[in-house]
Design a protein around this ligand. Structure first.
Ligand code: HEC
Ligand code: HEC
Ligand code: HEC
Ligand code: HEC
Ligand code: HEC
Length: 216
């Protein structure tokens, strides 16, 4: 009579056990990895805009300060997006026949504003405020990356709660002088930690980790 379990059964059984254990781990780990991955946080994702506006030309080549267009970034929670008039300040004269700028002319003649699409967003139940970050020495680059090198803007930071908290627990190494808030490619001279600690004192920066800071 053939044995009920042939000689190889033990090994097969062990393999099955290991396989089962691995698939449980994968089932649990895969979504955990996914929600933290750029796929889920929308990083590096480019959004189609009404005009193919290029920050490289305007920021890097023409040296226009961010605040010229993002006019409310120092005074209000939202940074603000430029109105048609701001663009026309230059483009009534230069590139005024360019087909790329047809939507701009249409907006001027119809009075219909340009509907810029949002790239970075936090959920509605999260309170975010640009003005305080700028006042306390957090540069645009720290959260938005090198926009002067982006043909089209993509989100560069995960914008998750963990990301916000990492800095809120220990802001020092992420601070820069207010004079360099909009500078791109800024590097601290000397020890970043020492400079950061000095700026914490100068700008009265506190650690903010209580839930009500961001969930009001
Ligand atoms: C301070 C002047 C100035 C302002 C304000 C300005 N631009 Fe420009 N823009 C330029 C110059 C100069 C160029 C020529 C391109 C270059 O530098 O190579 C240009 C080029 C362009 C081009 C074609 C080339 C490219 O960069 O793709 C587009 C499209 C454009 N601008 C859109 C806009 C829009 C939309 C606004 C408003 C949000 C705006 N610009 C505001 C100065 C300006
Ligand atoms: C000449 C005007 C102009 C200047 C100068 C400018 N921007 Fe913009 N910015 C725009 C326009 C128009 C949009 C919306 C279209 C787009 O996303 O490209 C935009 C979009 C953005 C966005 C994406 C916003 C979102 O929805 O998440 C960021 C981030 C940004 N700008 C940062 C900067 C920074 C940082 C600087 C300075 C280094 C700067 N911009 C300078 C006109 C400008
Ligand atoms: C501490 C991180 C941080 C810093 C510093 C920061 N931003 Fe933002 N920015 C964000 C977040 C988060 C959003 C999305 C906000 C939302 O959904 O309400 C955003 C959104 C924007 C937008 C879209 C429009 C708006 O007002 O929501 C623009 C434009 C922008 N930022 C420009 C800038 C510029 C220019 C600077 C520097 C002067 C800057 N940001 C500094 C995190 C930052
Ligand atoms: C790179 C550093 C950095 C990042 C990233 C950052 N913050 Fe901040 N945040 C600061 C600093 C510095 C302050 C000023 C703290 C102080 O001294 O009051 C601040 C203050 C704030 C305040 C005001 C708190 C209060 O009680 O007045 C809010 C709200 C806030 N941050 C929300 C956010 C949210 C939401 C995110 C993530 C989407 C975020 N921050 C990401 C550095 C950061
Ligand atoms: C510095 C800002 C900040 C602070 C402080 C903060 N949160 Fe959040 N929280 C966020 C942001 C941004 C999100 C949305 C992004 C995400 O889900 O990661 C969020 C999301 C959440 C969510 C939804 C989670 C989900 O997966 O959708 C809960 C629940 C939450 N926070 C609870 C808390 C509690 C409890 C505290 C205090 C211990 C706290 N938060 C402190 C910024 C903050």
């Amino acid at each position: 009579m053939r044995p009920l379990f042939p000689p190889g059964s033990n090994s097969v059984f062990r393999l099955v056990l290991v396989g089962a254990a691995l698939s449980v781990v994968t089932l649990v780990a895969a979504p955990m990895i996914y929600v933290r991955s750029p796929l889920h946080t929308d990083e590096n994702h480019v959004v189609a805009q009404p005009i193919d506006f290029d920050h490289r030309h305007h920021v890097r080549d023409d040296g226009i300060d961010c605040r010229f267009c993002h006019f409310s970034v120092e005074t209000s929670p939202s940074a603000g997006l430029p109105a048609t008039d701001v663009c026309l300040g230059c483009h009534a004269q230069i590139w005024n026949k360019s087909p790329l700028l047809a939507p701009l002319r249409r907006s001027f003649f119809t009075g219909e504003p340009l509907h810029w699409k949002r790239v970075s967003r936090v959920p509605d139940f999260v309170y975010f405020d640009h003005a305080i970050h700028v006042a306390k020495g957090v540069g645009c680059e720290t959260c938005h990356g090198r926009v002067d090198q982006m043909p089209a803007i993509a989100q560069k930071a995960p914008l998750t709660m963990g990301w916000c908290l990492d800095c809120h627990r220990d802001p020092a190494p992420n601070l820069r002088p207010r004079s360099a808030i909009t500078a791109m490619g800024w590097k601290p001279e000397g020890d970043p930690r020492r400079l950061g600690e000095a700026l914490m004192t100068a700008y009265h920066v506190h650690t903010r980790t209580s839930c009500t800071a961001c969930h009001r």
